[in-house]
Write a protein that binds this ligand. Structure first.
Ligand code: NAD
Length: 336
């Protein structure tokens, strides 16, 4: 069996997906550049979850390194590619756009080229709810994404979708972009609100609540995300009845080009998310209310009917239970 290549496999979502595939006996080659955007020790600890599996191989590599990527693809001959490596984070993109150009644009171009050259069966890649920009029509359906992203991060994700379309159209590469909606859970990212709030509250520090607590997010639990990704990877990437109706420009591609929301279908006020955390930690947070940050969206909500129709995606985790799962992991991992 040709391995699945996972980029960004030392990352939050990448590690969980690699683990699930390995537990199913699927060989996985994982790559990651182990950058210092956040605590590298956490990335190594995630990799330690994968290393005991006999069919796992890790290669430290930057997706922006074209010769390195080409050598890797030629050697590994992946059947499918799950591309999750990216410079993530809306706020960081305001100060450090170059990192996004390198990883998210150049890196994505390299992925497409290698998938084309080695006739990969299916490229599944991470897009983001941020592509909906300042859209106020809720929930977001896939066709609601406008071409006015409000952060450079969002622009790179939207660009990825456009780039993927050309490779599906011109070279017959089946591609599926998944627009993730604020993913949270065990092994989650230190730059995201849940991690930052938990750390601060356990240290007795004040938490910074942007948008005066009125922001709304469709917080999606990691296990639901992994389940959705696995279903997409398992589904043969051929044109079928669901293809043309979902495609924004029916009939223009020679291979399936798909885009799906993958969210929780249950938008939650930031203050309610914080309340769930206060209850899980049994600590009342000292909150500093701050205005919305540049580049941030006010609200996100996923219409997930298209993914449900295609692979039966049905998110199951309520926020209160998911937040508790995160807290249990955090306390045991950091021994606090
Ligand atoms: P993450 O930062 O934990 O994982 C990304 C991994 O990619 C990291 O381990 C990082 O070291 C690696 N990486 C970054 N640039 C690289 C490069 N140039 N070459 C090789 N490796 C590189 O983030 P995550 O939360 O697991 O997100 C995975 C994907 O999903 C990303 O593309 C992200 O933009 C997207 N996404 C995530 C969320 C979310 O809520 N977590 C929401 C929307 C979209």
């Amino acid at each position: 069996m040709n391995p699945v290549l996972i980029t960004g496999c030392a990352g939050f979502i990448g590690m969980h997906c690699a683990k699930r595939l390995l537990e199913q006996g699927v060989p996985v080659v994982g790559i990651d550049n182990l950058n210092h955007y956040y605590d590298v020790a956490l990335k190594h600890a995630r990799l330690d979850q994968l290393r005991p599996h006999a069919h796992f191989r890790f290669v430290e590599l930057d997706v922006a390194d074209r010769p390195g990527m080409e050598r890797l693809f030629a050697e590994v001959l992946p059947g499918k590619v799950l591309h999750l490596a990216a410079q993530a984070g809306v706020r960081y993109s305001i100060d450090q756009p170059d990192d996004y150009t390198d990883s998210n644009l150049l890196g994505f171009g390299n992925i497409l080229q290698s998938c084309r050259k080695h006739r990969v069966q299916h490229l599944v890649y991470a897009s983001s709810s941020s592509v909906y920009g300042g859209n106020t029509k809720m929930p977001f359906a896939e066709s609601d994404a406008v071409d006015h992203p409000i952060s450079y991060y969002a622009a790179t994700k939207k660009a990825n979708e456009l780039m993927a379309h050309t490779y599906s159209h011109l070279y017959g590469i089946p591609t599926t972009g998944l627009r993730f909606f604020t993913v949270y859970g065990p092994w989650g990212r230190p730059d995201m609100a849940l991690f930052k709030f938990t750390k601060a509250m356990l240290a007795g520090e004040t938490i910074d609540v942007y948008g005066e607590g009125k922001l709304v997010r469709d917080f999606t639990y990691i296990d639901d995300i992994v389940e959705g990704i696995m279903r997409v990877l398992d589904k043969p990437a051929t044109a079928d009845a669901g293809y043309d109706s979902q495609h924004p420009n029916p009939g223009t591609s020679t291979a399936p080009y798909r885009i799906f929301n993958i969210g929780n279908n249950s938008p939650t006020l930031l203050m309610d998310y914080i309340a769930a955390l206060e209850s899980a930690l049994d600590i009342t947070a000292d909150k500093r209310m701050l205005p919305i940050q540049p580049g941030d969206m006010h609200s996100t909500a996923a219409d997930t009917r298209a993914l449900q129709a295609w692979v039966g995606f049905a998110p199951a985790m309520p926020v209160s239970t998911g937040v508790q799962q995160f807290v249990d992991w955090y306390r045991s991992f950091y021994r606090v």
